[in-house]
Design a protein around this ligand. Structure first.
Ligand SMILES: Cc1cc2nc3c(=O)[nH]c(=O)nc-3n(C[C@H](O)[C@H](O)[C@H](O)COP(=O)(O)OP(=O)(O)OC[C@H]3O[C@@H](n4cnc5c(N)ncnc54)[C@H](O)[C@@H]3O)c2cc1C
Length: 379
């Protein structure tokens, strides 16, 4: 049986980053991925910020950054707020492969087409059984997504509240704006969530929706029909769905000899459903802490909890964004329309990303409707 310091399960953004950080910190590391290829195996809008590349330590090369775009957030009446910050539309597969290459360069072993079937604690070590072999490790990092096998095996049963999403990749689009990612809010368009159009190129777009308490595909088809001019002749070349954990972080994601990161632990910004950056940050923090714990010979839950200190800025952002989401989900379309007239781009960025929400709350505190409905909830 091969033994490692660290076994990372799952090679999404969280897993490749954890493997890289653990290997860089001189831990003997194995990254296991059940799919035949390290790539964006799960559907994803593949939109992210420029700072994600800085965090990941990846050069924003043209082969990975397919398009650059600013953002528009549309109220139900189709009036919008424009956010001039430019973000990236990426080839997530190549992005993940770049981080995996850095992990390999740092010394990590990588096995694809190897599914982890069970994980258990045996005295002071962890055992990992896959479809091909059995391993031992000092620590297992579960980065295996929302339906985490590692979580189940470690007895972690809590799941962050999911929003079901469906996304089409559409070709032969006639997009009105190829340098804008568009987000559409409203209870008629996407109850409990939002719909999006992300331009990958002039003719290719990712068109998706997340809704709660309603059939996502039905709403997505209705949404596509609203854009007859732009999407009327477009064809769907990819149609997939997956849950996004938007209910915030689960309470217990660290146990003796094990830690969950990324979607498996609800490390997603709730209001936007964005999880690439937060998962990479979690992977880097976890890999570093776990490697240190292995070197010190203490892989207890208490020792691994240093992760929380390293991840604190993200924990705050996730919690604040959740607070905003809970307040906004109670709004009627009329209230959302009114809010669009009161908020500027900075306000929206702060609210969506769980940044300076107190500032926005203070701005709304004197408003006859939003003082009670929003500002007080945010404070
Ligand atoms: C439709 C949709 C659109 C999205 N759009 C965006 C966006 O535009 N921007 C953004 O920032 N976020 C977006 N997200 C969220 C983002 O994709 C995730 O938050 C992020 O990918 C989570 O990374 P992760 O590494 O935790 O998990 P995942 O990306 O889910 O990766 C988990 C990996 O583990 C592997 N695995 C699972 N089980 C096992 C096992 N037993 N053994 C071995 N391997 C296993 C899987 O094959 C997979 O490769 C979107 C999500 C969805 C569903």
């Amino acid at each position: 049986m091969s033994s490692y310091d660290v076994i990372v399960v799952g090679a999404g953004p969280a897993g490749v980053s954890a493997a890289k950080a653990a290997a860089l910190a001189d831990a003997k590391t194995l990254l296991l991925e059940k799919c035949p290829t390290i790539m964006a195996n799960k559907p994803c809008g593949e939109a992210t910020s420029q700072t994600t590349f800085k965090t990941a330590g990846v050069e924003p090369k043209p082969s990975i950054v397919l398009n650059r775009a600013y953002a528009r957030v549309y109220a139900p009446n189709m009036k919008f707020v424009e956010i001039k910050d430019v973000g990236f539309l990426i080839n997530k597969s190549l992005f993940l492969q770049e981080i995996a290459a850095q992990a390999a360069e740092a010394g990590a072993d990588i096995h694809v087409r190897e599914e982890v079937l069970s994980v258990w604690r045996d005295g002071d070590i962890m055992r990992v059984k896959t479809n091909r072999s059995e391993y031992s490790a000092k620590v297992v990092i579960g980065a295996d997504g929302y339906n985490s096998t590692v979580a189940r095996c470690l007895g972690i049963n809590e799941r962050s509240e999911p929003i079901p999403t469906v996304q089409y990749v559409m070709v032969n689009c006639k997009l009105e704006c190829t340098d804008v990612v568009r987000f559409f809010l409203g209870n008629d368009i996407a109850p409990g969530g939002y719909a999006w159009i992300f331009p990958k190129s002039e003719k290719i777009a990712e068109v998706g929706i997340g809704v709660r308490g309603a059939p996502a595909k039905l709403y997505l088809d209705k949404f596509v029909k609203m854009f007859e001019k732009e999407l009327g002749n477009a064809k769907i070349i990819d149609y997939r769905g997956a849950p996004v954990p938007i209910g915030g972080m689960i309470k217990e994601y660290i146990v003796d000899g094990g830690i969950l990161i990324g979607d498996s632990a609800g490390m997603v910004i709730p209001l936007t459903g964005a999880g690439i950056h937060s998962s990479i940050a979690a992977g880097l923090a976890a890999g570093e802490v776990v490697a240190k714990a292995c070197h010190e010979g203490d892989t207890s839950r208490k020792r691994l909890s240093e992760f929380n200190e390293k991840y604190e800025p993200w924990i705050m952002r996730i919690n604040k964004s959740l607070k905003v989401m809970r307040a906004l989900e109670k709004m009627t379309d009329e209230e959302l329309n009114l809010l669009q007239t009161l908020l500027d781009a900075t306000d929206i960025l702060d609210l969506a990303n769980g940044l300076n929400i107190k500032r926005v709350a203070m701005k709304l505190l004197s408003h006859p409707i939003f003082a009670i409905k929003l500002a007080k909830a945010l404070l």
